[in-house]
Ligand binder design. Structure first.
Ligand SMILES: O=P(O)(O)O[C@H]1O[C@H](CO)[C@@H](O)[C@H]1O
Ligand SMILES: O=c1cc[nH]c(=O)[nH]1
Length: 289
């Protein structure tokens, strides 16, 4: 039995941060960083069952193409992903009344729809990039047992060597997306790449405003890195933890991002609403087809 300090349940029977109950989540769950994006996706759903919000976590469940889909906003960062993925898994796989783990495991599909910065010149703004692999600069997975069983250790090692990875930085981990979801989502209009999830938008992604960087050459080393034909394509802030926790917990996960800035070409598009709508429809259509 899991103690009440470890798995906190609210008085109404919902889980601590997400304020969701087990019957409220679908097998297909779309994760977005921006809470405003939940409403944007919600407009495309029918038979909306509820909308609930606590802090940056906004959730709704409805139907698309007659199939049940849940949308949850995660806010920014892998620390939030630790909360969201663990709580969604608990809703699916732990009996919140008896506090026992269910004997039969329910598998969830997590699809993150995000925004991202491109690191190769062929990734212009408005391209759609699927993270075939995620590199975690965040360190979250290192706190869990068996992280080596889900990380691509050869890739990790080559990356550390190439970048002369700093001793004071957290150990990077590398996790693949779900092959099943990749088959469903990847077509001619998407680019499969390798995504770095950074624990910050500025310094950890090599942006300099007033503070200088510990390693000013890190982004160049990232851009020139190649391993078994894979080049690093983009930066965002959640994918690595979604992939790592999903693999350890037995769920399927895939991230697809709209490129809103290209770091090499020094261009950005802050008005990306229309392209985001196109990406959302593409994901919903492919997920439910
Ligand atoms: O647009 P979202 O999904 O929030 O994704 C990206 O945008 C945020 C930073 O601006 C980070 O969360 C990053 O991962
Ligand atoms: O450059 C970018 C753009 C969006 N999100 C990020 O994390 N980085």
């Amino acid at each position: 039995m899991i103690k009440s300090s470890e798995l906190i349940i609210n008085a109404d029977g919902s889980i601590f941060h997400l304020h969701l109950k087990p019957e409220q989540i679908a097998d297909n769950i779309i994760l977005v960083g921006d809470p405003g994006r939940v409403e944007l996706i919600g407009k495309l759903l029918t038979e909306i069952e509820f909308q609930v919000q606590n802090r940056e976590f906004v959730s709704t469940t409805g139907k698309y193409n007659n199939q049940r889909v849940t949308i949850v906003s995660t806010g920014i960062g892998t620390d939030n992903i630790d909360i969201v993925v663990n709580e969604l898994d608990a809703l699916a796989n732990i009996n919140l009344v008896t506090r026992e783990i269910n004997p039969v495991h329910r598998k969830l599909n997590f699809i993150r729809i995000g925004t991202s910065g491109g690191l190769q010149d062929y990734l212009g703004v408005n391209s759609f990039v699927i993270s075939q692999k995620a590199i975690g600069f965040d360190g979250l997975l290192n706190f869990y047992a068996n992280r080596n069983s889900v990380s691509d250790l050869a890739f990790e090692e080559a990356f550390r060597k190439h970048t002369e990875w700093g001793k004071q930085l957290t150990s990077p981990y590398v996790v693949n997306c779900s092959e099943l979801l990749l088959k469903k989502m990847h077509r001619d209009d998407t680019i499969a790449g390798v995504t770095i999830s950074a624990p910050g938008f500025y310094g950890p992604q090599g942006r300099v405003l007033r503070l200088p960087l510990a390693d000013p050459d890190l982004n160049e080393k990232i851009e020139s890195f190649v391993f078994e034909g894979h080049k690093i394509t983009n930066f965002e802030m959640e994918c690595s933890a979604i992939y790592g926790l999903s693999k350890l917990l037995g769920h399927e996960a895939l991230t697809i991002c709209l490129i809103i800035a290209n770091r090499l070409k020094k261009e950005a598009n802050s008005d990306y609403h229309q392209s985001m709508e196109t990406l959302i429809k593409l994901v919903l259509d492919r997920l439910t087809s």
